[in-house]
Ligand binder design. Structure first.
Ligand SMILES: [Cu+2]
Length: 579
């Protein structure tokens, strides 16, 4: 099968043409295609590792080059912008990492279960043999750039859904365009996306790990722009949903002197073994227990099984102390609202929310019970297990009911248990971590007078011909819809004119601030967790939002798209360029 551009476009055209036949009337509650449920699973057998071990740096061979090293097999990309300037100060020599996208032929989603055989997944391999999903976690530090070589060793004649080219996006790092993982920049040894000049077996991504505002503030930028919880994932045009579904994602945590990764310094948040990523994703399996998906269906498929770190219904053993859990929803479709509940399902316990997406909040939100995360949203929470006696079993329960790909429906008990905690030991050392009353300062918003002078752009997220569009247009890899000037500031208005859907809209590059929100044209309050910086904006039914954005430090092509990955693949995406 040819996986090149022509095939991809043909697929999209074919699905657009077929869409009216596939789709039922919009307000029908019926599913587009009624799939049988996934086979029964065996809960609480898979054990998650006690801690997340970050990927170790490596020494890249051949050495990275400013322009692509075609002779050594790198794909044809444009040179890294501002590279010499951003890496020349003392201590800024990039740390080198390597990730290899490849197949793992025998992954267990749910061990000791006759319905779920070992099966191939796609994942990332770090320094030891074997690809995993999620891939290895990278721990980065502000002021310490990274050169990350991403190799493509996926089987080139893959069967099933997805396509074995990759373009890896590091979700919202302040990254130069050519390293951002643009949807047209996909490659394999034999295929190049339309915005690359030649195929290749690898690609070097330069991650400066500098705060936004390098030009405005000098040095390493504005520390108020720090990010913390990021993730990398495939972003290949038209096949992001199936490629991510097959496993192409992983985590990237970034630290600085405040969010230090050390319980003795800075904010002293739970760190090291007690700073733990939890990656959620919805999946559906066929009667033989094999992962399934319908990539031609513009309504997608909502999974009825929830993966936590690549496993169904796993167990995590925890010590009696505080933990920071970095919650991430990789989608493709399901939203979650997560409660901490006891074994008898008659008590719900609180936790503290400290971040929204990649950004620490100005102040923690204590006594929370049901954090909601749409696809691509992240939330870091701190759970204190010192409240519980040894041997206590607790569950993370998703109480958000969602039976279609369109939107979550309601919050309802008893919900679905997705992860079991067992409080099985006292900490080796006293817990000296804390959640201070103040986390990270926000830059004050511009004055109302200044806001009134800014350019305003309107984007309608809508359905069009059975596909998904922005302002009536489908994604065009070649044409920027808008071209903001480097260093400028704008207000973007996101409108969802549809009452049947929710769209988690992701804007690449810089985080935004929600200035106002309306539902049916009536102003509504911005909830506390959305009052900081965000990079995913959940635009609900008949909702609009005004968002303040800056475009600093780099130039080139970026994207805005729905992060319901099916909507993204079926063209609810646009290219915008900083010029
Ligand atoms: Cu959407």
């Amino acid at each position: 099968m040819d996986h090149g551009n022509v095939t991809r476009r043909t697929l999209l055209t074919a699905s657009a043409a077929a869409a009216p036949l596939l789709l039922l009337p919009r307000k029908s509650e019926a599913q587009v295609a009624v799939l049988p449920p996934s086979p029964p699973t065996t809960p609480w057998v898979e054990e998650l590792p006690l801690q997340d071990t970050p990927l170790a740096p490596t020494t890249l061979n051949p050495v990275p080059t400013l322009s692509s090293n075609l002779a050594a097999g790198e794909c044809g990309r444009v040179p890294h912008q501002r590279y010499a300037e951003l890496t020349s100060p003392a201590g800024r020599t990039p740390v080198q990492y390597q990730l290899t996208a490849k197949e793992n032929p025998s992954w267990y989603f749910n061990a000791d279960n006759p319905y779920y055989p070992a099966q191939p997944i796609w994942g990332f391999e770090g320094n030891t043999p074997g690809a995993t999903t999620p891939g290895p976690t990278i721990h980065a530090r502000y002021g310490k750039p990274i050169m990350c070589r991403i190799r493509n060793a996926l089987p080139q004649f893959a069967s099933g859904f997805g396509s074995p080219e990759i373009s890896t996006h590091l979700h919202n790092l302040h990254t130069p365009s050519e390293s951002d993982g643009f949807a047209g920049d996909y490659f394999s040894a034999t295929k190049a996306g339309p915005t690359l000049t030649s195929p290749g077996s690898y690609r070097d991504h330069f991650y400066p790990n500098l705060y936004a505002g390098i030009d405005e503030f000098g040095g390493i930028g504005d520390p108020r722009e720090a990010l913390g919880t990021l993730f990398y994932h495939d972003h290949t045009e038209g096949v992001t949903a199936p490629n991510v579904l097959r496993g192409l994602s992983g985590r990237y945590n970034i630290f600085d002197d405040l969010d230090s990764g050390d319980e003795r310094t800075g904010l002293r948040l739970p760190s090291g073994p007690y700073d733990y990523p939890l990656t959620f994703g919805d999946r559906r399996f066929d009667v033989d227990g094999r992962l399934t998906f319908d990539q031609l269906n513009p309504e997608g498929v909502v999974g009825d099984k929830v993966l936590v770190n690549g496993k169904i219904e796993p167990v995590l053993r925890v010590a009696r102390r505080k933990y920071r859990f970095r919650l991430l929803n990789t989608g493709p479709t399901r939203f979650y609202e997560l409660y901490l509940q006891n074994r008898g399902a008659n008590a719900i316990y609180t936790y503290t929310v400290i971040s929204a997406d990649g950004n620490l909040l100005p102040a923690p939100l204590p006594n929370q019970t049901g954090v909601r995360i749409a696809p691509a949203e992240r939330s870091d929470i701190v759970i204190d297990f010192s409240r519980f006696p040894l041997g206590t079993e607790l569950f993370l329960v998703n109480m958000l009911v969602q039976s279609t790909t369109r939107r979550p429906e309601k919050v309802q008990a008893p919900g679905t248990r997705v992860l079991k905690f067992v409080v099985d030991r006292n900490p080796a050392e006293p817990d000296t971590s804390q959640v201070p009353a103040q986390l990270r300062l926000l830059r004050p918003l511009p004055s109302a007078a200044e806001l009134a002078t800014l350019p305003v752009r309107r984007f309608n997220f809508e359905r069009s011909g059975g596909m998904w569009a922005i302002n009536g247009r489908f994604f065009n890899v070649f044409e920027p819809t808008i071209t903001p000037a480097q260093g400028s500031m704008e207000i973007w208005e996101l409108f969802n004119l549809d009452n049947g859907w929710q769209h988690p809209i992701h804007i690449h590059f810089e985080e935004g601030r929600i200035l106002s929100k309306t539902v049916n044209g009536v102003p509504v309050p911005i909830p506390p967790h959305e009052r900081g910086r965000k990079d995913v904006y959940v635009v609900g039914e008949n909702m609009s939002m005004r968002i303040l954005l800056r475009f600093r430090d780099f130039r080139g092509k970026y994207m805005m798209h729905c992060h319901n990955l099916t909507h993204e693949d079926h063209a609810m995406m646009l290219r915008w360029d900083i010029v």
